[in-house]
Design a protein. Sequence first.
Lengths: 573, 559
Amino acid sequence: MQLTETANQVYFDKTKAREKTCAGWLKEQGKAVRKLILFAAIAGIINGLGVIVQSAVLAFILQAVIIDQLPWASVITPLILLAAVFILRSLCVYWHQTWGFEAGAQVRASVRQQLFARFLALGPAAIKQRQSGDLAAVTLEQVDALENYFSRYLPQQIIVGALPLIMIIVVMPVNWVVGLILLLTGPLVPVFMALVGMGAASANRSQFLAMARMSGYFLDRLQGLPTLKLFGQATRELENIDRIADDFREKTMAVLRIAFLSSAILEFFSAVAVALVAVYVGLGLLGLIHFGPAEHISLGEALFVLLLAPEFFMPLRQLAINYHDKAAALGAADAILAILEQNTDAMDTSCADDSHHDKINLIEINDVSKSYDQRQILTRINLQITAGEKIVLAGESGAGKTTLLNLLLGFEVPTEGRVLLSGQTLNRESAAEAIAWVGQNAYIFHGSIKDNIALADPDASGQSIVNAAQAAGVTEFSAQLPEGLLTPIGERGYGLSGGQVQRIALARAFLKNAGIILLDEPTANLDAANKALLLDVIDQLFANKTLIIASHDAEVIHRMDRRVELQQGRLVS
Amino acid sequence: MKDLWFFLKLFKPHSAWLTGGIFLSLLTAFASIALLTLSGWFISATAIAGLIAVDGNALAFNFMLPAAQIRALAITRTLGRYGERVVTHEATFRVLAGIRSWFFQQLIPLVPGRLSAMRSGDLLSRMTADIDALDALYLRLLAPAIVAAIGVTTVTVFLAFFAPVISLTTGLMLMIASVWVPSVFNRLGRAGAEEIVVLAANFRIRQIDMMQGLADLIANQAYERFSDFLGQFSDLMINTQRRNNRLSAVSSALTLLLSQIALLMALVLGAISFKDGLLSGSDLALLVFCVIAAFELVMPLPQAMQMLAKTRKAARRIRQITEMPPAINSPTQAIALPDSFDLQFNDVSFRYSDQQAWVLKNISLTIPQGSKIAIVGASGSGKTTLLQLIMRFYDPEQGSVLLAGQDFRHLDADALLNCFGVLSQRSQLFAASIKENLLIAKPDASATELDIAVKAAGLENYIGYLPEGLDTWVGESGVKVSGGEARRIALARLYLKNAPVLILDEPTEGLDSDTERDVFKALADFARDKTVIMVTHREAGLGLADVVYGMERGVLREL
């Protein structure tokens, strides 16, 4: 593949910048749960303090037993204290984990709400561009992937800031040389890790690309597998897959070999600190070292500092373990932000001048054009519709009918011009209020037929639902179902014919009892007999409403009062 | 569990790396325990020796050896940790690379018939993310478990040399912490974990419902009601997760408490032994420090158990694909392909599954070698399905398809594909050079052959214009290729393959009329002595056909 160093760099910089945005967003989300994160951190810090007390008591007991040879009575209290600390520490472990969880849970619930609000704002036109399965994966898995960042990583960050410092302060008065050893090795750890991290960053660059390349290559070959097979080349391709997968392994390991240096450094300092402390206090106890407080050291003090030495590095090691939680959260944030940041068509809701509005016109389309990127869909449409009119919108498929309907429904906004509803600039809310719409493929939701009819008004009386069902001819087929109108249907109306779905949708529109009825190709997917039946139903149901039907069916056109035709995005009469 | 065992079998070729990683993990763990244990002993021993020295006795304590050992252990632990990390990951990535190519190999018989309903994004995520998730199987489950098992045994045996009672209590606590706690809490959490899977599946279904019916919801002012409902669902999931998290918090707390109880018991029992003169002071310190350090062995186990569910799910998802039966079965003893290519449909009916409607109904059709037919009809009438049966992506449910009188079912499916050259509205270009894209049709084609194909397909101007000519990179991440140029590349492939039967599926769909004319002109020339089966709803290509059929709702009739 053509990979130049510059392409590599550009790719990496882009990724880095994106990562920064994502990190900023994560920080923003964390603000609301700051308290919980703090609680979790405090539980962790108290646990750390417990370690200090425990080490002191343990050292005291060993000193008392081995050196001072004190009787049992004098170590009973310390033993009880020790047991108490053990229980306190266990409780802290529990609290640390449960409070952390609450922080993550609250963030997740709030992010889900944000996503739901966003889906609504984006509207059907934009949502249709994406796989609904992918969107579900974002609200489900990706949001869940945020959990550990808030429940573990952030509290641990606070702990790392506090606990080692406290330990040094405690150790200093006991033995300042050991305190100094910790003080010197401790801060060196992040410094060295940062140095290694920089090395890893440059190695990361090639790995980033190797990963993107591997994914891209696999996707390419997966999509092309039928073609490869057609040419008898599928088995041959295995060699390439092997090569790419192996290449990825090598690139990844190159990064990891460096990245692991940082954990080796942690390990090194932790091990060296233990060894240094052990040898220093050991030789001090033997009286072979005269540097610092070595000569006056007791076994208790020696054991205390030895016990604390590995604990000193514990918080940092834990943070290193939690580091991949951060990486996972950044990845999830990227996917979530891709939705939250997607541009919506600016919905102009403020404008409401009706100074020169002709009251007779219920709907007024003034000089409306609509284009996507380069493609012009509608060009300078002018159309007035008065209340009670029966109007058919004719035109070949692709002429722009559906787009025009989407504009009427407020699902999309015009690129130029305006759509007025009762003199006000139309928006999604006012359209939903005034218009009952039956789309080309009316959607049937999981639930009963009754639930589906009562979509707009779930509190509608049972009688009114039955009336609507009867009027639209739903009862004709629901009567034969085991549970009548309460029969569960769903997953795109599985088990129902296209005509039956249409009737449920018509009942839905009828029950809504809106002033304007908008039907998009109501007779598509129907044979001649069913078509006539349905059109009769439509005539009856909506006799006193404003009716707009988009259709290129001759029979529909024949039945309506007025006909407007779209040809390649222009209205012709 | 069955799924995980299955993948363990795929680990075998890399067993040297895998055992090497476990060996280094053990070495590091032992060095880490020994470092703390030896240090504790060393300090106590020096303290006691120091006391004696103060008493006036000659200093007989050899401090050089333990001090050197401590330094050696510190270095072993550092290097061991690094080596362990590198080797275990090397092992893991070798295993994963192997599984990836194994996965691809499993896919080959499944396309296009069986996998046509699957989105490539979904397949990709199984091939990348799910296989990546299998890394936990060795790194977080197998290796820590083996290290814990060997480590716990060794520590227990080691302690027995000094104080059998302490060895017993510590061993017991370690066993409880490493076996009983993870398994009990895994069992307690299983109901919740399964509940979460069910809730998540329902959440997904309802959200997909909501996304697909978004227009209806907005137009009926019902979106808020639905999204509130989903919000409640999310709360329900979080509640279950909260319960499980609480369980896991209790198990962490319990593991800690067990380590502390072991420590307390070692301390008390050790002190008793010391007072009874059965244990020296320095050995008492050694025991206490050893017990403290030993619990590092079992600390990663509760978390490993939490990974188990996720890893198992990933394994399941991968196996879901690889265990699919292929859409067609190749016969064990395939008949050699006949020399003539007369095709025949014998009363063929077909549907994609038992639950779906018939797509083709009682189709009988004879296509003698060299004849040229066109099939017209609305989209969804079954034209493309007919072509797919000709290429044997599927077998008919009723009736049979014959090649020179031989039922397709007796022929080798891969060999059969050699008879067909396909040009469709989707020209698959690979991310590769134009040349490599052409060579797919004939890997051993000479430069002259390539040249002829390029000319015949009307590509020479386009390629002449590119600075890198045939070596220009196309496909994703390459030079942008227009639909017309892509079609011409596919046309050149058709020339190179030079198959006796041409299958043209809306061959000029989406092309401008100039290109369309070019393509048909080229085809008319090329197809002179070949069988042509064309599906179209455009007038332009019909001149190519001798017979035109109409297709409506799965029924074929001559026009």
